[in-house]
Design a protein around this ligand. Structure first.
Ligand SMILES: [Zn+2]
Length: 414
């Protein structure tokens, strides 16, 4: 063995000590075509103590023949509210696992509703969900009306509308209110902070219009204050955005993560406000602000769909040309992000790029402290095995998944 390799292995052994099982016991996954740096390479995978190893296990506990299957890291959904309760999880989690989506971010939920989910989430064989809990919005801001409507339709999220305040959302009209409510916000132990920007360049005038009740956002002047408090608490900030102006405000204020692509759902009255300029895209890339797609929800706006798609395509192109980071997210309660992938294909994004965003970029952004999103030695041994080549037809390949493994443990699907 050459000395460099020996040194590398020594380093790995220090970084990932074997616990429980006898040192060197593990599983060989043979005859797979593994995604390595964007290409498929025929190679066996060695898994020891829940991580990939570049040496075969000293004692092979199990040998699994992957029969030429395509092996990729599991996928991530960066924006969905469907894991929001025990009943929501009962429906959504099997769908996620079936589609190979093991990492999910919920950028607005009630902390009390997801507390009972703890034992079902995280660790070997189980999906992971990040929760923001209640987001921060302005007077009469989104998502207040949405949550009231859910209650009226009989969704048992809270005993009454009053119980939604400071739980499903935090209404923060000014800096003193932010200071007063911040301890409550962090006491819920969110994984990240969510705030709302909607037509932020018209914030003052829209505040006076009764018809904008429920579709307003946070006062732009408060965004840097929220970011500063979140940074001090070690939390990243995701912003709901609608327009190019919202993107610029979020980027300049130090927001980390845009929960939508501007123009994702089209414009209400001024289509030009949703188009990103090359400068907007460059600002986003230069500040390292990531953008979540959520483009597929436009399908509910059938008459305007073509116009919306044109904006989506132009904005995605601008962001990609500038080198900005794109996350896969659907914001569709009924989706696992597979339908989002299908919609993005219709916008002309190729399968290799989508696979990279879905299996590497999105999970690595959601879990920056973890070694995941790649089939590399020392990384968490999480992967899915597809019967078809995902570079030929990604959605069809996802429908052909024949094995799912999370941190070395096989994931069972109902
Ligand atoms: Zn959402």
């Amino acid at each position: 063995m050459n000395p460099r390799r020996q040194l590398l292995l020594a380093g790995l052994a220090l970084a990932a000590p074997v616990r429980g099982a006898m040192p060197g016991m593990g599983t060989v996954y043979a005859n797979g075509r593994c995604l390595l740096d964007g290409r498929f390479v025929e190679q066996d995978l060695y898994v020891v103590d829940g991580r990939f190893s570049d040496l075969p296990p000293v004692k092979v506990q199990q040998r699994v023949d992957l029969a030429g299957g395509w092996v990729v890291p599991p996928f991530a959904e960066a924006h969905n509210h469907n894991v929001d309760s025990t009943w929501g999880a009962d429906v959504a989690l099997p769908r996620y696992l079936r589609d190979g989506v093991f990492y999910i971010a919920n950028p607005n939920n009630l902390a009390t509703q997801v507390a009972p989910l703890g034992a079902r989430l995280g660790g070997p064989g189980r999906p992971e969900v990040l929760f923001s809990h209640g987001g921060i919005t302005g007077a009469g801001g989104h998502p207040q009306r949405l949550y009231r409507q859910l209650l009226e339709r009989g969704v048992p999220l809270a005993p009454d509308a009053a119980a939604l305040a400071d739980a499903a959302y935090f209404e923060v009209p000014d800096a003193p209110t932010l200071a007063a409510k911040w301890p409550q916000i962090v006491a819920q132990r969110p994984d990240f902070i969510k705030l709302y920007l909607l037509d932020s360049d018209r914030f003052a005038e829209r505040l006076l219009l009764p018809q904008t009740e429920g579709v307003r956002g946070l006062d732009p002047a408060l965004v840097p204050l929220v970011v500063a408090r979140a940074q001090a608490a070690g939390l990243r900030v995701a912003a709901h955005v609608e327009t190019a102006a919202d993107l610029r405000l979020a980027c300049r204020a130090g927001v980390n993560w845009l929960a939508h692509l501007p123009g994702y759902l089209g414009g209400r009255d001024r289509p030009e406000a949703y188009r990103l300029s090359a400068d907007d895209a460059r600002l986003c890339a230069a500040r390292g602000v990531v953008v979540t797609t959520t483009t597929g929800v436009a399908r509910m706006r059938a008459p305007e769909l073509e116009a919306i798609r044109a904006v989506q395509r132009a904005n995605l192109d601008a962001l990609c040309a500038a080198g900005a980071t794109v996350l896969i997210g659907s914001d569709n309660y009924l989706d696992s992000s597979l339908a989002e992938i299908r919609h993005l294909r219709t916008l002309g994004v190729d399968d290799a790029t989508l696979l990279d965003w879905w299996s590497r970029v999105t999970p690595q952004f959601l879990f920056p402290g973890r070694r995941l999103g790649a089939l590399r030695p020392g990384y968490e041994a999480s992967f899915v095995v597809l019967a078809r080549n995902p570079h030929d037809d990604l959605p069809a390949a996802v429908e052909s998944i024949r094995l799912r493994v999370k941190q070395g443990v096989r994931v069972e699907v109902q």
